[in-house]
Unconditional design. Structure first.
Length: 228
């Protein structure tokens, strides 16, 4: 019996970034069929997928060369069997973030700056992700947790920089981003906002006029770090 896969999303000028974000390829067999890859790679892709699920948005998928197993864009998202191997010295928390996870949604490792986990969502699951084992369920940033983060920032005047991370912080809505930035701007000793994101690379439609307006009208010195 043949598997039935959802049709690939047809993109035009009216396709919103939210539609693109919600319509991703998540099945290794579908990926191999769409990209016309050798069926021999399916078992390894399924093994890797069980370790860390496949996720790739249509705009990125459309840039991968069909039939080329060595396409560098493909290698970033194709699960492989080697991911299930246990390697001495490899750890699930390579950046030692758990010991600096002082509040839900907040990591404070370095003097003068904090990192905020806005969301666990991403547009794409990169095989080299260093947070594939991060406990996102324990770091959900709801209204109560956000108020705790704001209090933490208010109480420590040595902090001048806030980093938005995730997941991918741009996987959240413009309205939520605007409100969070507004809240942070009320803390006088905060001067810089850094946004770490991969969405402009894999889903360029995410950079909306509304988003750029939010940054243009912020009092913060804003830096966007692109994960390319």
């Amino acid at each position: 019996m043949m598997n039935s896969f959802p049709k690939a999303l047809q993109i035009d000028n009216n396709t919103s970034w939210q539609q693109l974000l919600s319509h991703t390829i998540n099945d290794p067999e579908q990926l191999i069929k769409l990209l016309e890859l050798p069926h021999d790679y399916l078992q390894g892709a399924q093994t890797g997928d069980a370790e860390f699920s496949l996720k790739v948005p249509t705009p990125y998928l459309n840039k991968i060369k069909k039939g080329d197993i060595n396409d560098p864009l493909l290698r970033q998202i194709l699960p492989i069997e080697a991911e299930a191997q246990q390697i001495p010295g490899y750890v699930t928390d390579p950046l030692a973030e758990m010991s600096a996870n002082h509040h839900e949604g907040l990591i404070h490792k370095y003097k003068g700056r904090v990192l905020i986990i806005l969301t666990g969502a991403c547009a794409i699951n990169c095989r080299y992700c260093f947070r594939r084992h991060f406990p996102y369920q324990e770091n959900k940033l709801g209204p109560k947790q956000w108020q705790q983060v704001l209090k933490y920032l208010n109480d420590d005047e040595s902090i001048s920089e806030v980093i938005f991370s995730g997941g991918d912080p741009l996987a959240t809505s413009d309205n939520r981003l605007a409100q969070m930035i507004t809240d942070l701007e009320k803390i006088p000793h905060l001067t810089r906002l850094r946004i770490h994101t991969r969405l402009p690379i894999v889903l360029p439609q995410r950079i909306t006029p509304e988003f750029t307006s939010i940054l243009e009208n912020s009092r913060f010195d804003t830096v966007m770090v692109l994960h390319a």
